[in-house]
Design a protein around this ligand. Sequence first.
Ligand SMILES: [Zn+2]
Length: 306
Amino acid sequence: MPVQYLCIIVLLLTLTGCSTPVTDGRLRVVATTGPVGDIVQVIAGERVVLRTLIGPGIDPHTYVATESDLFALQEAQIVFYNGLHLEAGLDRIFKAMNQSGRIPAIAVAEAIPPHLLLYADEGRNAYDPHVWHDPQRWSYAVRAVRDTLIAVDPGGRAIYHRRTERYLADLQSLDAELRAMAARIPPERRILVTAHDAFQYFGQAYGFRVEAVQGISTASEASATAIRSLTELVVTNRIPAIFVETSVSPRTIEAVQSAARAVGYEVRLGGALFSDSLGDPDGPAGTYVGMMRQNMQTIVSALTDM
Ligand SMILES: [Zn+2]
């Protein structure tokens, strides 16, 4: 274990006075990813002081805590993270927090019933953590956030319930909207090729075959074999566009494009998808709902433009 983590864990376990509320009475909440932070923001709003650790364009698979993250974690009264090993570099911190029992550290994706989860590999050793790409599954995460907020801050129960109901209704409308958008792409053209394997839940929800150069985690290597077989898929199916991601290097997808060009087939880069983070907070993909809509718009416009 790196020395940095040992220090962090010792720090988190030994700190005292951490559950003291901030002077204005608002709860201090830390979320890891943008989609998790969005749930807290929508449900809890001004009742909490929220710090989201992993910002736009940042890759959660390889993220390690900064010094200021550690301070935020020390002062937090609740920590929400995705879990299912998405934030692999932070796993030990959360495990230590849970063992200490000091404050709740909740893996929201792990509230989803196991029968709704997809495996990350053929060996069925781990689950795919990218559950937020299906709003139906993500609803379980929303309810887990609500229940934890109520347990820690029972005075906000009515507000948390009301805002959760509204958010869940928004997710239902979003799901219907995305379904209608996807329907504009003929089924045989619904093949989504991306840099890393983040869209299996999305594919299952909206009827896409999903193929990626890298595996579930960006920490895995992109092999020459993967690039070759994806190129073959693209050329054989005359796929019009493939996609880079905002939090992943475009290198591997560009390699597929070059390899296709070398055999005389021109495939476009269809745009950048928000695979593992939200967009700029002031932009259209700055919220979970906006990010999901923007991804589908990018996909539909690239795959219907022949
Ligand atoms: Zn990912």
